[in-house]
Design a protein around this ligand. Sequence first.
Ligand code: ADP
Ligand code: MG
Length: 723
Amino acid sequence: MINYLKAFQNVWKAFLFLHKMYGTNNILDTGIEFIKGVGPAKAELLKNELHIFTYNDLLQHYPFRYVDRTKFYTVKEINDELPYVQLKGVITRIDKKGEGRARRLIAYFQDESGKMELVWFKGIQWVEKKLQLNVPYIIFGRPTRFQNSYNIAHPELELVSEVEKSFATSLEPVYNTTEKLKARGLDSKAISKIIKTLLQQLQGKIEETLSSDIIDYLKLLPKDVALLNIHQPQNPELLNKAKLRLKFEELFFIQLKLLRNKSIRSHQYRGYNFSTIGKYFNSFYKECLPFTLTEAQKRVLREIRNDVGSNKQMNRLLQGDVGSGKTVVALMTMLMAIDNGFQACMMAPTEILANQHFNSITELVGKLDLKIALLTGSTKTSERKKILEALANGEIHIIIGTHALLEDDVVFKNLGMVIIDEQHRFGVAQRAKLWAKNTNPPHVLVMTATPIPRTLAMTLYGDLDVSVIDELPPGRKPIKTIHMTDAQRLKVFGFMKEQIALGRQIYVVYPLIKESEKLDYKDLEDGYESICRAFPLPEYKVSIVHGQMKNEAKDFEMQRFLKGETHIMVATTVIEVGVNVPNASVMVIESAERFGLSQLHQLRGRVGRGAEQSYCILITGVKLTSEARLRMDTMVRTNDGFEISEVDLKLRGPGDIEGTAQSGLLDLHIADLSKDQQILQTARNIAIELLQKDPQLQQSHHQILNKQLSYLQKKSEGWGRIS
Ligand code: ADP
Ligand code: MG
């Protein structure tokens, strides 16, 4: 098996090498220092500041906004609703005021409707020298209200005479840049000029990347026309068409790549066929299952059963909100493998979670004659050796563990099923390693409790089949969520005491944004102290768990809490994923404004697992940004993970949603998954249809797509083969 992996690595290296060679043929891979007027110094700056290396990178540095240069306001028309205004008028006088940091240059501006002030705090000397009095200017900027009048700080200024000469287009592009670039003269205008030069240089040389049938069908602009109009729009209509063309192309190739990989996979690999539902599955179902499965759980099991009995290799994503009962589905899926003579493994992102799966699964299958092992980073060497032996000779049926399972010396006799819990915590490369642990890839079920919006799922997991558990086990009371401020903490403590008196247990969670941040630990430790003061021994017992503790100590504390020996668990977000203590019914989240929505939802999912009414208390400062307020309000309003994920996507954009940043799949330049759902759906449909007709993309008019796919593949990490 190790050989298999090595062979794969070698093929991969050769592949990368070939693609590097190929890539140099493409004019768009030319370095930006070859653009007229961009010397090595400017090129270096653009590389360092904006990661723009090639023509292609620069062409994909799309404007984030356009200023309508045909729209002018008058001073009198300015109101609070206008984020930016463009005015035409003259400067009648300039003046300098203040000392030191408050020193500023004021220009008195007027048009036919009234007067206002323009203010500079920086570059005063330069501006003073440049400004001309009583000559018509066009000014552009963000108005701020000061008492009853408005002023504009650091406006853009241009002489009307200059503008009339230079502007071919009424929609002026505005580009992202940085302070450092601006200081070296590379502001938005300068970048625009460089791109204009490049587009002139490339005239007639930009190749089409979509096939003509698609272009005709969707009436898309040709590639070169689209690029020209995204950077230098001739009119609003062409700008919109350019946006559509480029967004479509971006999303289409992602879909084509995912779906094509999926189809290659299903041709290349035959899945292990689990033809029987046997002794283990049946006796578990009849004798061990402590509850009735929900309809959703049954449906998902049928879907899985279909996959594994169909000769194809399963690559399935199981989405289900926290507490929806994914573990038992995973277990029963593993039993299908065992009934057919295969081994199964289950990988979890943390030791706490792996331990917990081990314990609950061992307990669930208690009566069955199954050998289950646990392998984590803290498994002792002698114990580890025994496990590896038993795994290689097939004695072990199920192994549960952490990343430790990925080590090369973890060798199975016959691995048939891989389950990955909380899959967003793992990188694609890590999952790839599990694939290589049998001669044919085993079936793979990845599970996630982080609900992700449909558009994101289509993009991130477009090559996986998706199952959803959309129903919670019966008898759960919806969790009540309450938002409190720091000042109300005594009230919260009072409530906690009432709940403890009723026999419940409580989590108090502190944010830990970075494991290394001392400040965060200080918050946690201060919090622990004040809780110990408010909940003194011997009446109350308080546990603490955080990432800097030794595993044994962590485990000891977790076990005490699980057994009900302590009342309160003070913790960092190590508690976030998967932990299951049904008697814990109150989740207090400190500094809740510092958490993202999906994390808050995950944390809240730690309670509400028993029959009792559960509570989630969000404690924040009094002053909140409007975004933080929206997050708190959303949490209070709904328990629905999918609804929350939609709000999250709108607030943060897909790049920031947990686990997506590393994927590389979401390296989107122009499409926006929160807005372009329809374009995405169209792109996916067209890709599906096309691959149905021409699975290998062999038809001559599809060669253009093939070529672009390999060009893009070269740029990506290239883990596309793997789910
Ligand atoms: P998650 O989907 O978050 O991993 P778990 O698998 O940990 O959820 O399940 C949460 C709790 O619900 C567990 O205590 C489990 O035993 C229980 N559970 C799962 N399925 C059912 C069911 N059909 N009926 C009742 N309880 C269930
Ligand atoms: Mg779970």
